[in-house]
Ligand binder design. Structure first.
Ligand code: ZN
Length: 334
């Protein structure tokens, strides 16, 4: 058995028809984890849908009402980039419930996964970029409301900037100096990323993403690392290490929400970075080792992944579970 829980439901499937988003990936990940013996059936827990009250911790009553009554405008549906249906609403409420349950178990066990979620382009009053409801923000607000945590850090490694996350947690901003240059000297100048840094309130947001990609408007987060096109494993990992070190010097979270997008992969159809499958696993290990060393619980969600071969996306997501199994088993053994 795994030393942590995987939150999953067959109903995570998004009924969006033929779409670049591989809505069946969740079922494939679940199947692969079982077939390869990475996980056993009892490692999985089924979520309940989030309550409307939970959703309203993040989203506006007007937006929630439109979703529940099917009254989005044509423009709003277009902006979401997935076709509206009542079934789709149910899938997003369930994903948010899954992230709440994952956060709950992360706080108990040190780490937990939602084998779904990570819908980081959803804003309080509208959906965008295949995201209707910001499940991670809902989970954070629910944990805060229940006095389980106060200070939370999001570490978003999807190739696309988490504009919804940045907007939701904008909070109080105090401009601060540039990042310490510990790893800057080790990073090739031709792959230099731009780093924007601002202090945040109770939720500190670290976003690593490709600069020349969706979304066009990138609202500032606590630390934004705007990566150049085609960056590879070593440079990416150096920037991630740098951002984590800097963030954890400024902020002491009681929970890290890791958004483990599979789309920094070099074969991704909607990404322009050049990470390998192995590099992405090293990325996951880095996040887990940093969190484990500091005893900070981690809640994992999956976000995007649009590899030409869906099987690659499934492999990258399954590797995140394998990375956690390795890191957290080692820790338990010492
Ligand atoms: Zn993405």
């Amino acid at each position: 058995m795994l030393p942590f829980k995987l939150i999953y439901s067959d109903d995570y499937y998004l009924p969006i028809g033929t779409h670049v988003f591989p809505a069946e990936k969740y079922q494939r990940i679940h199947k692969r984890l079982l077939e390869t013996g990475v996980a056993e059936p009892q490692d999985f827990l089924a979520p309940e849908p989030a309550s409307d009250r939970d959703i309203l911790l993040v989203h506006t009553p007007d937006y929630v009402n439109k979703l529940k009554t099917g009254t989005l405008s044509a423009h709003e549906e277009l902006q979401m980039e997935i076709p509206y249906s009542p079934e789709l609403v149910r899938a997003f409420w369930l994903a948010a419930g899954g992230s709440i349950l994952a956060a709950d178990h992360a706080l108990k066990d040190g780490i937990a996964f939602n084998i779904g979620g990570g819908f980081h382009h959803a804003f309080p009053d509208h959906g965008e970029g295949f995201c209707m409801i910001h499940d991670v923000a809902v989970a954070i607000r629910r944990m805060q409301r229940d006095d389980r945590v106060r200070h939370v850090m999001t570490v978003d490694c999807d190739v696309h900037q988490g504009n919804g996350t940045a907007a939701i947690f904008a909070g109080l901003r105090v401009p601060s100096g540039p990042l310490p240059s510990r790893s800057a000297s080790t990073i090739n100048n031709s792959t230099a990323a731009k780093v924007r840094n601002a202090h945040a309130g109770e939720v500190f947001t670290i976003l690593l993403h490709q600069e020349n990609n969706y979304p066009a408007w990138k609202p500032p987060s606590s630390i934004d690392v705007d990566l150049p096109d085609e960056i590879g494993d070593d440079d990416y990992l150096a920037w991630l290490d740098n951002a984590l070190s800097s963030g954890l010097r400024q902020f002491e979270p009681e929970l890290i929400c890791y958004i483990a997008g599979a789309d920094p992969y070099r074969e991704d159809q909607l990404g322009g970075l050049a990470l390998t499958i192995e590099g992405l696993k090293r990325r996951d290990e880095l996040v887990f080792r940093v969190a484990r060393a500091r005893n900070i619980p981690v809640m994992v969600t999956y976000a995007g992944g649009y590899a030409r071969r869906v099987e690659d996306t499934v492999t990258i997501h399954c590797n995140t579970v394998i990375a956690a199994k390795q890191v957290f088993s080692e820790a338990a053994a010492t």
